[in-house]
Design a binder for this molecule. Structure first.
Ligand code: C2E
Ligand code: CA
Ligand code: CA
Ligand code: CA
Length: 278
């Protein structure tokens, strides 16, 4: 049976994700060095409460300043890092750096929580909660101030194990957010099994919700579903006032997007106005 070599798989071939692709191998070798040589940065994007406009948290987003090619966006290296095992040192770096840079703001309450993106791969590792615990201990930050953003795709690979790992993390007091909600897993069954605090509506639905009836319906349904399950609902990708107003009218809890603030380097994030107004 030759289906594998011919039709179906061929269309899925993407050279940048081929483990033997030389360009990718070189990129991963450079990423390994970048982790060691301080070429990585975290940018922080505020998350605000729609009711008050106050900042309730921030999301750390990875940036790679490559000495030759300039800024490389995370979409261009995260997946390769997952497939080559580099995601482990990368996630360690993000956790360590994020908690260290935000420790003061988290301790004073200026920042209520720091959200970090976690790849599915980390959640399939039963040692991951222990690792997170070590980082929290080292930084002296309460687990309730750390939120982990997990995409739905994590549940497609190994639902059982992902649920187990998340249960341990949640039991430790760590907050869990389901990222890119609505884009991945078609069955909603998993969400009942999960200790989740919030769901984040994917920006692909949010960006056109004021002009596209279908997107508006999806956003409305996700907000209703989230609230029925007792969860907070966040909208990402809010780029204008019309979208913000529409989300507020629908009862969405929190939002994030360029209209409020772009992701900012730590130096600028520290002075972001939301810090002062709480
Ligand atoms: P994500 O977690 O869904 O992050 C949201 C993305 O939307 C970010 O892109 C952010 O900069 C962008 N964004 C924020 N507001 C707006 C807006 O108003 N309009 C539009 N069009 N975009 C907006 P970014 O920083 O390029 O990150 C892309 C993805 O890379 C993230 O998607 C996340 O899945 C992944 N990523 C980023 N940092 C990390 C990390 O530290 N670890 C892991 N595992 N993944 C990361
Ligand atoms: Ca995210
Ligand atoms: Ca997202
Ligand atoms: Ca995304």
């Amino acid at each position: 049976y030759h289906a594998r070599e011919t039709g179906a798989n061929y269309s899925l071939y993407d050279p940048t994700h081929d483990p033997h692709n030389p360009r990718r191998l070189a990129l991963m070798a450079e990423l390994r060095q970048a982790i060691e040589n301080d070429q990585l940065q975290l940018h922080y994007q505020p998350k605000i409460a729609l009711a008050t406009g106050g900042m309730i948290g921030a999301e750390a987003l990875l940036r790679w300043q490559h000495p030759k090619t300039g800024m490389i966006p995370p979409d261009q290296f995260i997946r390769s890092a997952e497939n080559t095992g580099l995601i482990k040192p990368l996630t360690d770096w993000v956790l360590g750096t994020g908690l260290r840079q935000c420790s003061e703001a988290l301790a004073s309450g200026a920042l209520r929580h720091l959200a970090i993106n976690i790849s599915a791969r980390s959640l399939h590792d039963l040692r991951f909660p222990n690792l997170v615990g070590k980082f929290l201990k080292a930084s002296g930050i309460a687990p309730e101030k750390l939120m982990l953003e997990v995409t739905e795709s994590a549940f497609m690979v190994d639902l059982q194990r992902t649920v187990e790992t998340l249960a341990v993390l949640s039991h430790m007091g760590i907050l869990i957010s389901i990222d890119d909600f609505g884009t991945g897993f078609s069955s909603l069954n998993y969400i009942k099994k999960l200790p989740v605090n919030e769901i984040k509506i994917d920006k692909s639905f949010v960006s056109d919700m004021t002009s596209n009836e279908n997107d508006l319906s999806i956003v409305r349904s996700i907000i209703e579903l989230g609230h029925n399950l007792g969860l907070k609902v966040v909208a990402e990708g809010v780029e204008n006032k019309a979208t913000l107003d529409s989300l507020a009218a629908l009862g969405c809890d929190y939002c994030q997007g360029y209209y409020i603030s772009r992701p900012l380097p730590h130096e600028r994030f520290k002075d972001w106005p939301g810090h002062a107004s709480g």
